[in-house]
Design a protein around this ligand. Structure first.
Ligand SMILES: Cc1cc2nc3c(=O)[nH]c(=O)nc-3n(C[C@H](O)[C@H](O)[C@H](O)COP(=O)(O)OP(=O)(O)OC[C@H]3O[C@@H](n4cnc5c(N)ncnc54)[C@H](O)[C@@H]3O)c2cc1C
Length: 407
């Protein structure tokens, strides 16, 4: 019996099944062949902490295979050459990828265009010339991008960014810094946010910049949780010149692009939390059904089974919230409250589910081979990234106080 009473649109069901098959044939086998490479951190990363050339090549292969199969750019509008799918399909596919692949087959991150790393509806706001120059390699998966909004002094409150784009001839010259920019160590392009109207709070603009442009520099790869490399970078810009064709959206109105990007990130991370949570609960159920202690399978003890029952209940609720918020978005609603609720709830219950699965595994849960520690790290991160739990609660409270009390 299915757990969800209402049918997803037929296209969403089909694409979700298709992306699972893609992961099983294109992603997981590549991981199996590359285990040694990935398990040796000194091979996986270069000296400076960015992913090494063989790893980057595998990632590129997956992006390109997915583009060829029609999944990679499925949520890019049809007039830009994409599949024109909506947000519910985006949610369902990410959830399926994380659920099927778990944290250890992590290259599934590249099986679908991630909101910040690849083409999305955001490119509708790019100029005709920008699209001519970069759309084809982004759509084919040959090249990738990143999204530079946060700075050392501006995270939750992005109106505090200090990077400035000063008028210079027809265009602008950019100076400043960014931090936490995911995929920046290997990206070909960056959507970069800078202040263009210092007289107005939030007077920022978005620019599309090649990462090899003169004046675009990587200061360092930011390393998390004791890893020797990472996906996030600190960047700085010294007299980086940009021209009008590089503007994304209206001048001084970059916030609209930033908010749109972040809302895609919230969908992605809601799905990631539910998918990884489900993966970890299933792993723990297998273990509870085979591991014995005191003459019984440990699953027979309520101390073991009840936390898993609670995790499953919470993940089921989170899953429904994600499906609902994205359905509202596909119906043309902003769904600010509902998407915020889905993200803040999903990341918390996903993290809790992984922690419970670790406990059920005893000491085994802490080992590298189970992958639970990796899942825990991923989900701990997204309690902060793309709107921390506190900022999302602030957003929900503001909506409620304004009278948006429908639940
Ligand atoms: C792994 C990772 C990847 C990321 N990728 C990107 C990326 O690709 N591009 C990009 O631009 N950014 C990226 N970020 C940055 C991310 O968006 C910020 O970390 C996030 O917005 C929070 O900002 P901050 O870390 O500066 O925390 P701060 O804003 O300094 O907040 C510190 C603490 O105060 C709390 N707080 C702040 N204001 C309030 C308030 N009003 N009420 C209650 N509590 C409050 C926060 O919730 C947090 O707990 C990434 C972050 C991480 C960890």
């Amino acid at each position: 019996m299915p757990a969800i009473a209402f049918d997803l649109p037929e296209n969403v069901d089909q694409i979700r099944d298709g992306i699972r098959a893609f992961a099983e044939t294109e992603v997981i086998p590549r991981h199996e062949k590359s285990r040694e490479l990935f398990e040796n951190a000194r091979e996986k990363y270069d000296e400076d902490g960015r992913l090494s050339a063989p790893v980057r090549e595998l990632i590129r292969e997956i992006r390109m295979a997915s583009a060829e199969a029609g999944y990679y750019h499925m949520c890019v509008p049809e007039h830009l050459g994409g599949g024109g799918q909506g947000m519910q399909a985006y949610y369902a596919c990410w959830e399926e990828l994380f659920h099927t692949c778990g944290p250890h087959n992590w290259m599934m991150l590249y099986a679908l265009s991630h909101w910040a790393f690849g083409p999305s509806r955001l490119l509708e706001k790019a100029t005709e010339r920008a699209r001519e120059e970069i759309l084809a390699p982004l759509m084919s998966g040959e090249k990738s991008m990143c999204f530079g909004l946060s700075e050392p002094g501006a995270g939750s409150d992005a109106t505090m960014i200090q990077t400035k784009a000063k008028p210079d001839g027809d265009g602008w010259v950019i100076n400043g810094r960014k931090i936490w920019t995911s995929n920046a160590p290997i990206a070909d392009y960056c959507i970069l946010f800078a202040v263009t109207d210092p007289e107005r709070k939030g007077g920022i603009s978005a620019f599309l910049v090649p990462t090899n442009a003169p004046g675009f520099h990587m200061q360092r790869v930011v390393k998390l949780f004791g890893h020797i490399g990472g996906d996030e970078a600190e960047l700085y810009f010294e007299d980086l010149k940009v021209e009008p064709w590089q503007l994304v959206g209206e001048l001084h109105e970059g916030f609209a692009a930033a908010l749109y990007g972040v809302s895609l990130g919230r969908i992605y991370n809601s799905a990631r939390a539910v998918g990884l949570g489900r993966w970890s609960v299933e792993l723990a159920l297998d273990y509870a059904n085979t591991r014995e202690a005191f003459g019984n399978l440990i699953g027979q003890y309520q101390g073991v089974s009840f936390p898993l029952a609670e995790a499953a209940t919470e993940l089921h609720a989170a899953h429904l919230m994600g499906l609902n918020a994205t359905r509202l978005m596909d119906q043309g609603h902003a769904a600010i409250k509902e998407l915020s609720m889905a993200k803040v709830y999903s990341v918390q219950v996903g993290l809790k589910a992984v922690d419970r699965a670790m406990q059920v595994h005893g000491a085994m849960g802490l080992t590298n081979e189970m992958g639970l520690a990796e899942a825990w790290q991923y989900l701990r991160i997204i309690n902060i990234a793309d709107g921390s739990n506190e900022i999302l609660n602030k957003t929900i409270a503001q909506r409620l106080l304004k009278g948006d009390t429908d639940l």
